[in-house]
Write a protein that binds this ligand. Structure first.
Ligand code: GLN
Ligand code: ZN
Length: 765
């Protein structure tokens, strides 16, 4: 019989019980014992649910109290020396929270571990830190304890753990530089211990994840994979290992993956469909081929007929050595779509969250083993009906939008004149001093603003009342900026709870779930908007706010309009899979372009189009970057290019690493780009040296992620250094990101110092 399994289930629970439990513990409202008890209940519930859904093995090791890579680091004893209070023989959840957050319930504080994006998903993991003489030592026992727990409760456990080579790849070298791969040997020793312990506990299969197989690896890393799995095989564990790749096709790594001496191979057949027939033909028939046939990274129902068709030959050839699973861990999708009572019923019928995806695995299996049986015929009929309604739905297709995208020509991707010409006109039009000062858009989102929004959303406050409150906030923000003496003002974004949701809510083609939460990092969960149909902008979105701010000012004062860019809208949403991303991005771009032009019409002379997600949209394979840049840059150009020469376009990106994407960023041709450059102060210079942006630049001179108020001197020093690398006529002065998470006293003092720093620089030039 074909076996079903999963690479991981969302640990957060249907009602985010997990998040609530952890945060209650952090705020001192429940004890550690209580937290552990709640965690255990959640694990058992999830296993029960997966078992009831027909899985032959339940994943163990996907549950944790912060992040699975942090769990792996603790298991392997990779604990940076600054966390000296941690007793490796007796690691507690408090120790884990200390490493993740920089503080523990016992009052210990240390600098927190770094966090970064998990491949091309919106999940973030805690980065392992390696030093030159890194020791590895089996330390944290949660994996083994949970296997025992699952067995005791009567479930067949399949432990899931990050593979050794991907683990090394994910970590960062601290202190003296060295080749991380030199750590492979000692690391493998601990892995061997882990494997033999698990086998002694009676598990049949151990899943080791090597998602770096989705990337283009150099020879050393490929060799490391070979070495690791040969070593496991030599010690007898090879046949029990299910090696899992996900997030993209194996591509050039496919022969390597096929040749490894392991018991089975899991493929992502959503992103890696093109690997399938090759791997299926070449992989030894006595090995398990686990087909990741339902999408673990997105929320759309599966085309059951197509899946069965795709797998039929493999089933005939491999029989019970074919397994079925989601493409990757279900960590990246919400729990249960049946909870979505408020959603449009058509759109809802197109959604499959985790619970639905497990049911789909059963349906696909049934199609393979009894495709002519009545039960499957009925399943198929129902599914075909839903899919054909979706395909023909007016909600999905807007001919006018399709026509506009098809009608885009070269001129839509270009400003009317070159930057040099625009610059002269903008100078005349804006009349700004050297080192012009501005902010990135948002000002503190106070408890009061959030309260008004809650009242309005729950109909306890009328629209007029709510909008008046927003206007009062804009008045306040304008007054404060005038007093501080900023050159380019903003309205402060008080109307936005979220920079993607706010725009999505006002565009056609977007849906919003009520319970569609997914973990982003730590206890933080996000509810991504859902792009299901063609996108258009029925009405103006931000014009009234920017125009209101402008109306409060003398004619010579400048307000910058604030928009979210097409790539960020796309990346931070669940995107339809029946259209290319390029197409969706262009639809978004056209909607934003309309907003841009309306802002211009309303007399707004500077418009900022934020693209914080630009970098994270880059494909895992370098060879695919060019194509990505082509459409991603194109979408930004379409959104921003329609304006007159004298209208100044800004963009903002929240990071400072541009080495490999500088050409693409330059092609976006924004008149001004603001970037992060201030974190840990002097790294600024390293970043800027490589930052050959042809137009004007605002390297963030103060770190908004910290509550510290930067002094004028610190900022002058940074600006002096910046002007050694960049012509001072091109420099803008601004913080490195929006200020919405900060409080007013900090913000006012910091910005006053910042304005003073700009003044000092003007005197020096
Ligand atoms: N304009 C947004 C803000 O100021 C930009 C946020 C971001 O870059 N993530 O909040
Ligand atoms: Zn930012």
């Amino acid at each position: 019989m074909i076996k079903l399994h999963s690479l991981g289930f969302p640990k957060i629970g249907k009602n985010r019980e997990w998040k609530k439990a952890i945060e209650s513990y952090w705020s001192g409202n429940i004890s550690l014992e209580k937290l552990e008890k709640l965690g255990k209940e959640l694990r058992l519930n999830n296993w029960q649910l997966q078992n009831n859904s027909g899985l032959d093995y339940v994943p163990v090791g996907d549950f944790n109290y912060y992040d699975h890579i942090l769990n792996a680091s603790l298991t392997l004893g990779v604990i940076p020396s600054r966390f000296s209070s941690i007793d490796r023989k007796n690691i507690t959840l408090d120790d884990m929270f200390l490493m993740a957050r920089g503080r523990s319930a016992r009052g210990i504080e240390e600098s927190a571990s770094e966090m970064t994006k998990w491949f091309d998903t919106n999940y973030h993991y805690i980065v392992p830190e390696f030093t030159k003489n890194q020791k590895f030592e089996l330390s944290f026992s949660s994996l083994f304890d949970e296997v025992a727990e699952a067995h005791k409760a009567g479930f067949k456990a399949k432990p899931v753990f990050i593979g050794p080579v991907s683990y090394l790849w994910l970590g960062k070298v601290k202190g003296d530089d060295f080749d991380k791969l030199s750590l492979l040997k000692p690391l493998l020793n601990v892995y061997q211990e882990i494997l033999s312990k698990l086998l002694a506990q009676g598990v049949e299969w151990i899943e080791l994840d090597e998602p770096i197989l989705s990337m283009e690896l150099d020879e050393n890393w490929q060799e490391a994979i070979k070495d690791a799995y040969s070593a496991f095989n030599e010690s007898g564990a090879g046949k029990n290992i299910l090696l899992a790749n996900y997030f993209d096709k194996l591509g050039e790594n496919r022969d390597l993956a096929i040749s490894l001496p392991v018991g089975g191979l899991h493929l992502d057949l959503i992103k890696g469909k093109s690997d399938f027939s090759y791997v299926e033909q070449k992989l030894a028939k006595d090995k398990i081929l686990s087909a990741g046939i339902v999408d673990g990274g997105n929320i759309w129902i599966n085309d059951i007929a197509a899946s069965v068709e795709m797998l039929r030959g493999a089933y005939l050839r491999r029989g019970q050595n074919l397994w079925l699973a989601p493409s990757c861990s279900l960590l990246h999708v919400p729990v249960d779509a049946t909870l979505e009572e408020k959603m449009d019923s058509d759109v809802k019928s197109w959604l499959a969250f985790s619970v639905q995806k497990l049911a789909e695995l059963n349906q696909i299996r049934l199609g393979l083993i009894d495709g002519k049986g009545e039960e499957f015929i009925n399943i198929l009929k129902e599914r075909q009906e839903i899919l054909s309604v979706k395909q023909a739905s007016m909600k999905v297709i807007n001919q006018q939008v399709r026509g506009k995208v098809a009608g885009l020509d070269e001129s839509d991707y270009k400003r009317k004149s070159s930057f040099a010409k625009r610059r002269i006109q903008q100078k005349d039009n804006l009349n700004l001093p050297l080192f012009p000062t501005t902010t990135i858009g948002s000002f503190p989102q106070t408890a009061q603003i959030r309260k008004y929004r809650r009242l309005y959303k729950s109909s306890q406050m009328s629209l007029v009342e709510y909008e008046n409150k927003i206007k009062e906030e804009i008045d306040k923000v304008i007054q404060k900026q005038l007093k501080i003496g900023l050159d380019v003002l903003v309205h402060g974004e008080p109307e936005r709870n979220d920079m993607v949701e706010y725009f999505g809510e006002q565009m056609a083609g977007f849906a919003f779930s009520t319970y569609g939460w997914v973990q982003s990092y730590g206890s933080r969960c996000v509810k991504p908007p859902i792009i299901y149909g063609d996108i258009s902008r029925p009405n103006e979105i931000t014009i009234k706010w920017s125009a209101y701010a402008k109306s409060k000012l003398d004619a010579n004062k400048i307000v910058k309009g604030m928009l979210t860019g097409p790539i960020t809208m796309l990346r931070w949403s669940f995107v339809r899979d029946d259209l290319t991303q390029r197409e969706v991005a262009l639809q978004l771009a056209l909607a934003i372009k309309e907003e841009t032009l309306d802002l211009e019409k309303a007399g707004i002379q500077i418009i900022q189009i934020d693209e914080p997600a630009f970098r994270e949209g880059m494909p895992l394979k370098n060879s695919e970057w060019k194509d990505y840049f082509d459409w991603a840059v194109g979408a930004f150009q379409v959104a921003s290019s329609g304006v007159r020469d004298e209208t100044q376009i800004h963009t903002h990106m929240c990071y400072s690493e541009f080495n490999d994407i500088m050409d693409a960023i330059a092609k976006m041709d924004a008149d001004v780009i603001s970037i992060e450059a201030s974190r840990s102060g002097f790294e600024l210079i390293g970043g800027l040296q490589n930052f050959k942006y042809p137009n004007d630049i605002g390297p963030g001179v103060y770190d908004i992620h910290s509550p510290n108020v930067p002094s004028t001197k610190e900022m002058v020093d940074l600006l002096k250094k910046a002007s050694q690398l960049i012509d001072h006529e091109k420099l803008w002065v601004n913080p490195d990101c929006g200020l919405k998470t900060r409080n007013w006293p900090e913000v006012e003092k910091s910005l006053e110092n910042m304005v003073q720093a700009a003044k000092t620089m003007r005197e020096l030039c």
